[in-house]
Every structure is written in C-alpha cells, then in structure tokens.
Design a protein around this ligand. Structure first.
Ligand code: C2O
Length: 546
C-alpha cells in the first residue's frame, strides 16, 4: 500500500456548452474534474486549495472514512467550509472497498460542476472476480446549466418554489447530438472488436434518476457503489444520483458498418418537472478507412419515462457477490429499529413575502420524520468533539415519524414540517435496521437516500405501507446488495441494515440536490468504541474554522 498525493485547485474556468460560455468552478481547470485513482488499502492525501470567492468543501462520496470523519466533507456537518485562499488536506485510507465512487463539492449546489471519478483498483496481485477488461472507461452523468446553478438554488429558496431545471444532461460533461449546438460536444468511445470493456458509470446529476443504454450491446452489471455484485445482464441500467454501477461491455466480433448511440434519459414516476431531454454519446468501432461521420447510427430503445415496473425489477436484480473471497456481514439480529418517513412538505412563507410554494403562502420543504434538518453555522462534529453541542444540535431525533404515517396515496391535509437540528445517537457497533418510507406528498419521485461513512445492506423493498408483520419475514439476509445510496421508491419503502462501526457524525440525505436543500436530511452520531481503532481520530491541524 502506498500514499497517493493529489492537489485540487478550486478555480474558475471558462466552458462553452449549448453555445453558452460560462465561467464555472472547476478543479485544476478540468470539467468534469480529474480522476482520483487508488488501490484498495492505499492512503490518499488531497490538498484542496480554494482560489474562488465561494466557500467550498469536497466529499469523497462512498469512501467509508473509517475513524477519519474529518475528511468526509459535508459543510457544517463534519467541517467548516474551506474559505477563499485557504487550504485543507483531506487524508483517508481506502479500506475494504474496490470499484467506482466519485468525489463532489458538498456545499450548496457547487457540485453542479465540481465532481469527478474515484477509481479504486484491487490490491496488487489481486484480480477482478470477472473477466479482465481490455480497457476501463469512466462514464459520468451530469447536468449543464446555462446560468449559474447558485442563482438557480438561491432563487428557488427565496421564492419557495421549484428550481429551474438544467439545460442539458451530459455524458462526461458533453450533451451530445440531440442538443442545440452540441454535435461537436459528444462523448465518443472508440472500441475494438471482440474485447471486454469495463464502464464505470457514475450518476453525478443533481436532480434526476437516469436510464442508460447502448444500441445493440448488452451490459453485464458486476459492481455497485464499490461492492461486487452477482453478475447479471441487462440492456438498460437505471442509476440514481449518488450511485455508481460498473458494467462489462462485450464488443462484437467484427467491424460493424454503423455507429451505436449510448443514450441516457430521466426516469420520473409522477408528473413533476417533466423533462424528456436526452444526452447521447457514440460508440464506434475502429475502422480502417471510413470516417464515422459517413456511417449510419443505431439508437437504443429505452424504457418509458415512468416505467416503474422496470425500476423495481431492476433494483431487485442487485445481489452481493457474497462468496468465500468476498463475504458479507449482514446484521441478523437487530439492536435498534428505526422507521423514517421521507418526502416533501411545506413550511410557512416568511412575513411580507409572497411564496410560490405548493399551496397559498407556503414554501416547498422536505423532511425526515417531519423534521427538516437545519444546518448550523458551525461544524456539528467539531461541536460534538469539543463538547460544545449546546445550541448547535439536539440528540432527540425521533425513531418514528412525529405524525404517524399511513400511506393511502392521498396526501394528508397538514404537510407542514418542523425545522430543527436533531441527531440520532448510536452506541458503537449497534446493529441498526432502518425502514425508509416514502410519503409521496407533493411529488411522486423516488428519493435516493445516501448515508455517509457507511455502506448498508438493502434487505427489502416494496410498495405501499411497510408492514413489519408481513414484510420483515421476507428480508434477504443471505446476499443483499451493499451500497451507500438506495432509491426509496415513490409510494413505497426500502429496508436497510448496517452495523454502526464507524464513530463520528454521519450525514444522511436525499441525493436529489433540491430535496437536500429543502431539508430532506438528518445525521447520526456514532459514539467511540473502547479499542483505540474504534475511536474518531483527533482533528487535523488544518481543519478549517467557521
Ligand atoms: Cu454525494 Cu452527502 O453526498
């Protein structure tokens, strides 16, 4: 194992897409940002230098950060932001993970342009549990705004209404031929016949679940969220913001005289912001004489935009590899059970303003167990560590919803949320079962729930109300998929289990950025264990101050 050093200069860069040139925030002038590559077991040091006028933090999404919570990155949860001209070095070791993750800014909506892949290779002398790929290709989905994304979220929060949608989805930062002015801004993947390629697919989009398919090529899923899965074949994958999926692509045994479009498109269960726009890239075979411009192209067929059957069947296909080489440790007995409702709601419009919220004089809000989590002006974990929690947070986050919930499909009359900063406290190594129940109030979208500092096992999922008497008996405790982000289906639930074996303060939130901004977020406080390797490390000397 080695130590890998990176420097991330957060700086301004001009980028043109859709015929609009904007000065965006970038890492080292790159968009999308640079790849971070490490092997399992390596230590990674990333020196982040802030050259912009915004405050910034970077989150290593999915990296477990065992006892190194100070390097996790969510602003005001584990650290104060890095201010202009300040530097902070993130320092973490990759333990027990290999596959694909990603990094992104974790303050306001800066992740719109500040994101890039994390590639974790197996240890030296260890091979993949699948055919060795000829090449590995990161595929990142993102969103492009013709205006400053900070203006979009600030306006939404001020008016209380929904945010303007982005102007394009992108594949590796490029919208592709279906958008205005974008034929030249198309991701192109040149392949050879008869080879296996590993596509490392990352959904870094702000607000949309996406289908993805490549014309006339099937994909074999082998890994999700940096955990190996039992391989399965599919023509289309569905990937929710915050998830990563590794797939094998086998190329044909000849040079086809055509090119193949790779296409993504949103999956939206209800009629929310209906957005049918389609980013596309091109897969083509290395030809000898013909330029690809002269070749015809084939398009894939994607599921319907609201194909819930596809979505629920697809998510059930994910199973952990769970063999003797890669065993899993699912809690069989549960010490603590939680039932969380997640969804949208409303909050009152501030005096002397008019709000464009869902009902008269209200603003959109979102909550977990009817609480909209308020970020304090200081770092929660610092307040905890230095015994200064007074006035910063409380530890009485409810184990069940404040207003008992019964899913009937019709929203209740009172959708008001409460604002507070409340945490759940867990003793070290508690085995936790968490039911996440979507309320489908004011919007029917799945909620990609992401937990920092952990992977959890997805032991069950279903539609309607979760029923502890019937549903728990059917939990998969043998080979459930292990991941850090799960889509809680609109009008349904998922059940997850994990051991709270990582001390620190850990954020959990919807990875649809607008829902996070509206308050669909909370945090766990996991106490130290007795052994020295079960304690949160002391804060680094350069930890930013608020
Ligand atoms: Cu990828 Cu808290 O986020």
């Amino acid at each position: 194992c080695i130590t890998r050093h990176y420097t991330f200069n957060i700086e301004y860069t001009n980028v043109t897409r859709l015929c609009h040139t904007r000065t965006i925030l970038s890492v080292n002038g790159k968009f999308p940002g640079p790849r971070l590559v490490a092997r399992e077991g390596d230590r990674v040091l990333v020196k982040v230098v802030n050259h912009i006028s915004n405050n910034v933090t970077i989150h290593w999404h999915g990296v477990r950060q065992k006892t190194s919570g100070w390097s996790d990155g969510p602003a005001y949860v584990t650290q104060c932001p890095i201010q202009t001209n300040q530097t902070y070095t993130y320092n973490f070791t990759i333990t027990g993970q290999r596959g694909t993750l990603f990094w992104h800014a974790h303050i306001s909506w800066l992740r719109a342009t500040l994101y890039g892949p994390i590639i974790i290779l197996p240890k030296h002398n260890e091979s993949y549990p699948f055919q060795k790929p000829h090449k590995e290709i990161p595929i990142l989905f993102g969103e492009w705004f013709n205006v400053d994304p900070e203006a979009v979220i600030n306006q939404a929060l001020q008016t209380g209404g929904g945010p303007n949608v982005s102007d394009a989805y992108t594949i590796n930062g490029l919208p592709g031929p279906f958008y205005n002015c974008s034929s030249k801004d198309t991701f192109k993947l040149k392949v050879k016949p008869n080879k296996t390629y590993l596509l490392r697919i990352i959904n870094a989009a702000l607000n949309e679940e996406l289908f993805f398919s490549i014309a006339n090529h099937s994909l074999t899923v082998v890994e999700a969220d940096a955990r190996y899965t039992k391989p399965f074949n599919t023509n289309t994958i569905l990937i929710t913001p915050g998830q990563t999926t590794n797939v094998l692509l086998k190329t044909k045994s000849y040079f086809p005289n055509t090119t193949f479009l790779m296409v993504a498109r949103p999956y939206i269960t209800g009629l929310g912001t209906f957005d049918n726009s389609t980013p596309a890239g091109i897969l083509y075979y290395k030809q000898h004489n013909t330029s690809i411009k002269n070749l015809p192209f084939l398009k894939p067929t994607l599921p319907q935009i609201n194909d819930t059957n596809f979505a629920s069947n697809f998510s059930r296909k994910f199973k952990s590899l769970a063999n003797s080489k890669f065993p899993i440790n699912v809690p069989k007995k549960v010490d603590k059970k939680f039932f969380f409702t997640v969804g949208l709601g409303t909050s009152p419009c501030p005096k002397n303003t008019t709000c464009q919220g869902p009902t008269n004089n209200t603003k959109f809000a979102a909550s977990v167990n009817n609480f909209s989590f308020a970020l304090p002006p200081v770092s929660i974990m610092q307040a905890y560590y230095f015994g200064k929690s007074n006035g910063v947070y409380k530890t009485d986050f409810p184990e069940t919803p404040l207003n008992p919930f019964n899913y009937t499909g019709t929203p209740p009359n009172n959708t008001m949320v409460n604002n507070a900063t409340k945490l759940v406290v867990l003793k070290f190594n508690t085995s936790v079962e968490l039911i996440l129940q979507d309320t489908s109030i004011l919007g029917a979208e799945s909620h990609p729930l992401h937990l920092h500092g952990y992977d959890f096992f997805v032991v069950g999922q279903g539609f309607g109300n979760y029923d502890p008497n019937k549903d728990a008996a059917k939990f998969n405790l043998v080979d459930p998929v292990e991941r850090n982000t799960v889509a809680v289906p609109a009008g349904g639930w998922v059940a997850v289990r994990f051991f709270a074996d990582n001390p620190g303060v850990w954020f959990m939130h919807c990875h649809l950025e607008i829902h996070t901004s509206w308050g669909l977020r909370m945090a766990w406080l996991v106490l130290d264990g007795n052994e020295s390797n079960q304690k949160l490390q002391p804060p680094p000397f350069d930890l930013p101050k608020c």
